[in-house]
Design a protein around this ligand. Structure first.
Ligand SMILES: Nc1nc2c(ncn2[C@@H]2O[C@H](COP(=O)(O)OP(=O)(O)OP(=O)(O)O)[C@@H](O)[C@H]2O)c(=O)[nH]1
Ligand SMILES: [Mg+2]
Length: 419
């Protein structure tokens, strides 16, 4: 019988660091690159790395390393070389010619995974936008160096692939078209969110490093079946599910794209709408993979990204997940960021405490709501002003409509006047 399943691409990974970098970081990053490569559907057939005194402008890595990679490529019959850095268009082209194989960088690999993962229209639009924005500077470099034809496969897949040869102007036109379309998607999403906000159901967003267990946690808490697997970026599009807090109060839980070190800036920009699910939430659960040896590095990446998307001032609960895999728990607990809770999304350990903590965090949450007070009792407005901050008042024939910023706790006294 004919075997029609395509042979997976064979890839060689090249780690790079400048002399001053912490060697542990290069190792971690290279491990992660291997995981990314597998996620993209290729097999790693060789790994090498170089610590550079300084970057070689034309090729990034030095000539000795290039020769070594070319030899390794022949030995292993690799078709793709992946450099753990960001290359310019000219650098990839030069390396491609010198090595005689396709050369891509970390950014292209991540974009490729996103391209294969995007499900919704919004996800696809965002990925295409990121791809085009990423290609633009490379293309300009290529155009200067004389355009070469790209092979298919990882790093060149996705909505952007056929557009590689579009001229700059067409790319610009497409980019502005995509931006407009995304804008309208964002507006619709905004309206949905507003509706959720005005229905006073608090929104709790899961955020964290990729593969930390966010989807597993969502599934466990809401008894649903969102894809969760041991791959990076298993989740791309936001998913929202209802949960019930111990008090009986409903809330919605949102699961979305994970973070990673050196997440391409073009992706962060293009995925603004997705990240808004986090920055517009009432509470963030930062899910940590407590069993990962590089957990503290991951935490820094997530914290920085939350800052980038202006979500760092939200109330945050730190959920240290995969506690079932951790043996030296007490030692690690000293390094936890508060408020925290140790959990295992797979065994269910600690989830009651997590829900408890979510409930407590939301009790003091202030929100803006509209209350309709009967106009025959003007003293109500004064009483309301003691409980919250009145932002707007509109007197009608029978009711006074008050927009008020009020804590969840105080709101319970006014629930009969909610519109
Ligand atoms: N042992 C153990 N494994 C877990 C736990 N939680 C999640 N996992 C595993 O970790 C892997 C990643 O889980 P996901 O839920 O897909 O992670 P995620 O954060 O949603 O990842 P992305 O969507 O890729 O960002 C899966 O193989 C899960 O089975 C846990 O508490 N204990
Ligand atoms: Mg997920």
């Amino acid at each position: 019988m004919l075997d029609l399943t395509p042979r997976p691409e064979r890839a060689i990974l090249v780690g790079v660091a400048v002399k001053s970098d912490d060697p542990r970081l290069m190792e971690q990053s290279l491990d992660e690159l291997a995981h990314l490569t597998e996620t993209a559907g290729a097999v790693v057939v060789g790994v090498t790395s170089q610590r550079l005194e300084r970057i070689v402008p034309a090729t990034f890595i030095g000539s000795g390393k290039i020769q070594e990679v070319a030899r390794l490529k022949d030995e292993t019959q690799a078709s793709t070389i992946i450099l753990d850095t960001r290359l310019s268009g000219v650098q990839s082209r030069n390396l491609q010619e010198l090595i005689g194989a396709k050369v891509i960088d970390r950014t292209q690999l991540i974009l490729d995974i996103f391209a294969s993962r995007a499900q919704t229209r919004e996800g696809k639009l965002q990925v295409e936008l990121a791809l085009l924005r990423d290609q633009l500077p490379r293309l300009i470099g290529e155009a200067l160096a004389g355009l070469s034809k790209q092979a298919g496969g990882i790093g060149t897949r996705g909505p952007g692939e056929t557009k590689l040869e579009m001229d700059r102007r067409r790319i610009y036109t497409r980019i502005s078209h995509l931006e407009k379309e995304l804008d309208s998607v964002r507006k619709t999403r905004d309206q949905h969110r507003k509706r959720r906000h005005s229905s006073r159901v608090p929104i709790v967003a899961l955020a964290g490093y990729t593969n930390s267990g966010k989807s597993t946690l969502l599934n466990r808490l809401t008894k649903s079946h969102v894809l969760s697997e041991d791959k990076l970026f298993a989740t791309l599009d936001p998913t929202t599910r209802k949960i019930r807090l111990p008090s009986g109060r409903p809330a919605v839980l949102t699961d979305t794209v994970g973070f990673i070190n050196n997440l391409p800036h073009t992706l962060v920009e293009a995925f603004k709408a997705t990240f808004e699910e986090i920055s517009e939430s009432d509470l963030i659960i930062h899910v940590h993979d407590a069993a990962n040896p590089f957990e503290s590095l991951h935490t820094k990446v997530v914290t920085d990204l939350l800052k980038d998307i202006q979500a760092h001032e939200k109330p945050i609960i730190h959920a240290y997940n995969k506690i079932d895999l951790v043996t030296d728990l007490s030692e690690r607990t000293a390094q936890r960021i508060v408020p925290f809770v140790n959990i295992s999304a797979t065994t269910g350990k600690g989830l009651d405490s997590l829900l408890e903590l979510i409930g407590q965090s939301l009790v003091t949450m202030t929100q803006t709501v509209e209350l309709y007070l009967p106009s025959n009792d003007p003293s109500l407005v004064y009483k309301l002003a003691r409980d919250g901050k009145i932002l707007k008042q509109e007197a009608g024939a029978h009711v006074i409509k008050c927009q008020v910023q009020i804590s969840e706790e105080a709101l319970q006294r006014w629930s009969q006047y909610i519109g």
